[in-house]
Design a binder for this molecule. Structure first.
Ligand code: MN
Length: 135
């Protein structure tokens, strides 16, 4: 876990990156960092649940294939917890077959971003979702 959220200027949304692949996490870190956006990190679903409940990020990025649980299960647990139920959660996944986006939205994700992420639009999409909150 990164301490960025504790000292962050709350006018900028705090993003929780949930991703077990270090290379993918590094890319997202660099994209957010280059725009001065504070972030926290979790490499497992369990860590994401703990960090989200403690730090109350403004948006959660959720990988689907995590070592300990599916991202959809982590999402369900975030929704079941009064401390985190209001936080928008974006599925970020290489599952980009036809119908996958619809499936993730039906599962309760607020948005869906396909990997490999588009570095030109990624940060704006994440910030927009953080500011919009849950619909
Ligand atoms: Mn993964």
């Amino acid at each position: 876990m990164d301490a960025a959220g504790e000292t962050a200027d709350r006018s900028r949304p705090v993003v929780l990156i949930t991703e077990d692949n270090e290379k993918n996490r590094k890319l997202v870190r660099e994209l957010l960092g280059s725009r001065g956006i504070p972030y926290l990190e979790a490499a497992t679903g369990a860590a994401a649940l703990t960090v989200a409940a403690e730090a109350r990020p403004d948006v959660v990025l959720m990988d689907i294939h995590l070592p300990d649980m599916e991202g959809t299960e982590a999402l369900a647990q975030l929704r079941d917890d009064a401390r985190t139920t209001h936080i928008p959660v974006i599925a970020v996944t290489a599952l980009a077959m036809k119908g996958d986006a619809e499936r993730f939205l039906a599962a309760g994700f607020d948005a869906y971003i396909a990997k490999p992420i588009d570095v030109r639009t990624f940060v704006d999409a994440v910030v927009a979702m953080a500011e919009a909150g849950r619909g």
